[in-house]
Ligand binder design. Structure first.
Ligand code: NAI
Length: 353
C-alpha cells in the first residue's frame, strides 16, 4: 500500500497573477471563481446561457460585500477581489488563461466537447481542470490531443466554504499537472487531496450510501424527511441531514452522480438510484435552486417539523452510577453534568447486566 497521498506538493502553485478561466457559472462555477479571485487571480467567467456569467459576477460581488460587512474580509480585500472578476461572452474571452476550470452540466459528451474547444484556444502549457463529481477524468481526457494537462479539480458545495478539494488524476494525467493543481488549491486556502479517477473518487463514493439509505428509509415509510434530517443533524452531529443536503446539492446533479457511480460499478445494487429522487428530477423539483425539492423553499412555505417528542419536563432519575472511566462514560458524565443530573462513580467492577 502506498503512503497517503496528502503529502506536500512537489511543484509550486500557479502564480497569483496567472489568469484563471471558469466555464459554467452556476452554483459551483461561481463559488470557484470567488475562491480564485480572493486568492489574487484575475478570473474570467463564461457561461453558454446569455447573461449568466454577468449575473454570477454580480452575485459573487454581493457575497464579497457581505463578507466585508461581517468583518471576514477588509473592504479593500473585497473590492480588490470584486475587481478581479470579469464575465466574458464567448469562450474566446478565456484565451490567455493559465488554468481553466469547468463546472458545466454533468455530462461526458458536453465536457469532452468543451475541452476540445479549449485545447484549440489556450496556450499549450495551460492547465485544464474539471469539477466533475463523478465522470471519469480518464474518459473526459480521452477526447483531448494532450490529455496529460487535464485533471479533476473537484470542489464541494459551497466552494468558498468547503475546505476539501479532490485533485483527480486520470490515467493520462501528467503527475506534474496534478501536483501544480494540488499546490494551487493549497495556495487558495483549501485542503487538497490526491485521488485516482475511480467511480465517485473518494467523497462521492463514500457519500452514496448516506443518501441511498436515507432514501430507502423514506421509501419504506420508516420516517419522514424532517425527522430523518433532524436525527442526523441533532443526534448524529452532521451539519445537514441527507434530504437537506440533497436539496442543497440539487437533485439533477445528485441523481446524475448516483447514476454515474452505479453504472461505473456495473449496476452494483449498493449504488442503485432512487425512484423517489428520479421523480423529483422529472418534476423539475431540483432543490433549493428551483425553490422545491424535498422541502418547499418558496416564499411563505412552512418547513415541516420533525416527529420528535415534545420538549416537556421529564422526571429525572434520582441518581445515576457510572462505572469504568472509559471515554464513553466520561462523555456521558459531561452531558449529565451539563444537564444538572446527579451521578456518582461506582467502585470496583461494573455489575453484570
Ligand atoms: P448548475 O446547473 O448550477 O450550473 C451549470 C452551469 O453551466 C449553468 O449555468 C449552465 O448554463 C452552464 N453550462 C452548461 N453547459 C455549458 C456549456 N457547454 N458551456 C458553458 N456553460 C454551460 O450546476 P452546478 O451545481 O454548478 O454543477 C456544475 C458541475 O459541478 C457539474 O459537473 C457537477 O457535477 C459539479 N459539482 C456539483 C456540485 C454540487 O453540489 N452542485 C458539487 C461538486 C461538483
Amino acid at each position: 500500500m502506498g503512503a497517503p497521498q496528502t503529502s506536500r506538493a512537489a511543484l509550486p502553485p500557479l502564480p497569483a497573477t496567472a489568469r484563471v478561466g471558469v466555464v459554467g457559472t452556476g452554483a459551483m462555477g461561481a463559488g470557484i471563481a470567488q475562491v480564485a479571485a480572493q486568492a489574487g487571480h484575475p478570473v474570467f467567467l463564461y457561461d453558454q446561457q446569455p447573461g449568466a456569467a454577468a449575473r454570477a459576477v454580480d452575485g459573487i460581488r454581493a457575497q464579497l460585500a457581505r463578507l466585508a460587512d461581517k468583518g471576514r474580509l477588509s473592504p479593500a480585500q473585497a473590492e480588490a477581489a470584486s475587481a478581479r472578476l470579469a464575465p466574458v461572452d464567448s469562450l474566446a474571452g478565456l484565451a490567455g488563461a493559465a488554468l481553466v476550470v469547468e463546472a458545466i452540466v454533468e455530462n461526458l459528451e458536453a465536457k469532452q466537447a468543451l475541452f476540445r474547444q479549449l485545447e484549440a484556444l489556450l496556450a499549450p502549457d495551460a492547465l485544464l481542470g474539471t469539477n466533475t463529481s463523478s465522470i471519469s477524468v480518464t474518459a473526459i481526457g480521452a477526447a483531448l490531443q494532450h490529455p496529460g494537462r487535464l485533471a479533476g479539480l473537484h470542489f464541494f458545495n459551497p466552494a468558498p466554504l468547503m475546505a476539501l478539494v479532490e485533485v483527480v488524476s486520470g490515467l493520462a494525467t501528467d503527475p506534474a499537472v496534478a501536483h501544480t493543481l494540488f499546490a494551487t488549491a493549497a495556495a487558495w486556502g483549501k485542503t487538497p487531496v490526491h485521488a485516482r479517477s475511480t467511480p465517485g473518487f473518494i467523497v462521492n463514493r463514500v457519500a452514496r450510501p448516506y443518501y441511498a439509505e436515507a432514501l430507502r428509509i423514506l421509501q419504506e415509510g420508516g420516517a419522514d424527511c424532517a425527522t430523518l434530517d433532524a436525527l442526523m443533524r441533532d443526534a448524529g452531529g452532521f451539519r445537514m441531514g441527507p434530504f437537506e443536503l440533497m436539496d442543497l446539492i440539487g437533485h439533477d446533479v445528485n441523481f446524475a452522480v448516483t447514476r454515474s457511480v452505479w453504472s461505473a460499478f456495473y449496476h452494483d445494487p449498493r449504488f442503485t438510484p432512487s425512484l423517489i429522487q428520479q421523480e423529483l428530477v422529472e418534476a423539475g423539483f431540483h432543490g433549493r435552486k428551483r425553490g422545491r425539492g424535498f422541502y418547499d423553499y418558496r416564499d411563505g412555505a412552512q418547513r415541516p417539523a420533525p416527529a420528535v417528542m415534545a420538549d416537556q419536563p421529564r422526571p429525572q432519575p434520582g441518581c445515576i452510577v457510572l462505572w469504568d472511566a472509559s471515554d464513553v462514560a466520561l462523555a456521558l458524565a459531561d452531558r449529565l453534568h451539563a444537564r444538572g443530573v446527579a451521578y456518582t462513580w461506582g467502585e470496583g467492577p461494573a455489575p453484570a447486566d
